[in-house]
Write a protein that binds this ligand. Structure first.
Ligand SMILES: Cc1ncc(COP(=O)(O)O)c(C=O)c1O
Length: 316
């Protein structure tokens, strides 16, 4: 990062940012990419490329775009959302088909896109099935609507399934991907899609206050993360299996690096684990969320597993 060559990225003159954008676009088989400070901004820019004011995007009811972006898509784009609900955030093509609303002029809100989250955060890091994704792609093509992929953790899906990033790129018109999660970069996400969409997204990024100047220092961290930290996500997945077993969660329900644990009182479990030096989160009153990542070694995962078994035995 300290040695990154930089320039003014608002003018498209930061060589390190340009290198990162080119690298990520090519990984997903797309024409272009755009660096953003956060995954949330990347999602807003990505969805905006498909859906406009007074139009709708369909997504799962616990999707990050629906629950955890503070209404940004409504506030900045003026779109509406309708949702389906499925175990572990899965794609439900039958529900999507039944919700599709054609453009009827001055009547119903027209459906312009479907958004899929892969892996699914609140769904416990669940990987979307490629069979379902391909079926969605062909449905969307027939219906004339777009597909947005919230790929904040698409890297984990890629490592878990062995499917290439370009196969995931192929099912979506536009993706949002994060470097700052399991890949370990301190900051940074990208929107990935067609050149025309990225040119528009560049304007909207500036409009939203996300045009950054000599930001190559951060892009350098992203390039390092892609170079060094992608394959090692498999270690995080193995550590998550260890934690699942310790918490009495079926390891078959843990696809990647997130373990969702049903508990009677999630905040109490979080507090008790913290007292023993294990930091976990609560994503609902009765759901604790464990995440393994670059900064958790196998030994630390073992320690966390021992602590969590004790804490859960006391609380359950
Ligand atoms: C699935 C998903 N999408 C998007 C984001 C947003 O990323 P950021 O925190 O960088 O805004 C997150 C963050 O946790 C996420 O889990």
């Amino acid at each position: 990062m300290a040695h990154a060559e930089v320039g003014d990225d608002v003018y498209g003159e930061d060589p390190t940012v340009l290198a990162l954008e080119e690298r990520v676009a090519s990984l997903f088989g797309k024409e272009a990419a755009l660096f953003t400070p956060t995954g949330s901004m990347a999602n807003v820019l990505a969805v905006r490329s498909l859906v406009g004011v007074g139009q709708e995007v369909l997504c799962e009811s616990s999707a990050h775009i629906a629950r955890a972006e503070l209404g940004a898509h409504a506030a900045f784009i003026g779109l509406t959302m309708r949702t389906w609900t499925a175990a572990r955030g899965a794609l439900d093509l039958a529900a999507i088909e039944s919700m599709l609303a054609p453009d009827l002029g001055p009547f119903f809100v027209p459906t312009k896109a479907v958004s899929v989250e892969n892996t699914h955060n609140v769904g416990g890091g669940a990987v979307a099935s490629m069979v379902d994704l391909l079926a969605l792609r062909s449905f969307a093509d027939t219906a004339g609507i777009g597909v947005h992929l919230d790929g904040a953790r698409i890297w984990n899906a890629h490592v878990a399934t062995g499917l290439s990033l370009s196969e995931y790129g192929g099912i979506a018109d536009v993706l949002a991907v994060c470097l700052s999660k399991g890949l370990g970069a301190p900051v940074g996400s990208l929107v990935v899609g067609s050149r025309a969409a990225m040119e528009e997204a560049r304007v909207w990024r500036k409009r939203m206050g996300g045009g950054m100047r000599q930001v190559g220092v951060l892009a350098a961290a992203g390039l390092h993360a892609l170079e060094h930290n992608l394959d090692r996500l498999a270690d995080d997945h193995a550590n998550a299996q260890l934690l699942a077993t310790a918490c009495d969660v079926d390891p078959a329900q843990v696809d990647t690096n997130i373990v969702a644990v049903d508990v009677p009182d999630a905040p109490a479990v979080v507090a008790a684990a913290r007292e023993h030096g294990v930091l976990i989160g609560a994503v609902g009153p009765r759901t604790a969320r464990l995440v393994t990542h670059l900064d958790v070694s196998r030994d630390q995962a073992q320690t966390a597993a021992t602590v969590l078994t004790k804490v859960l035995t006391g609380i359950r």
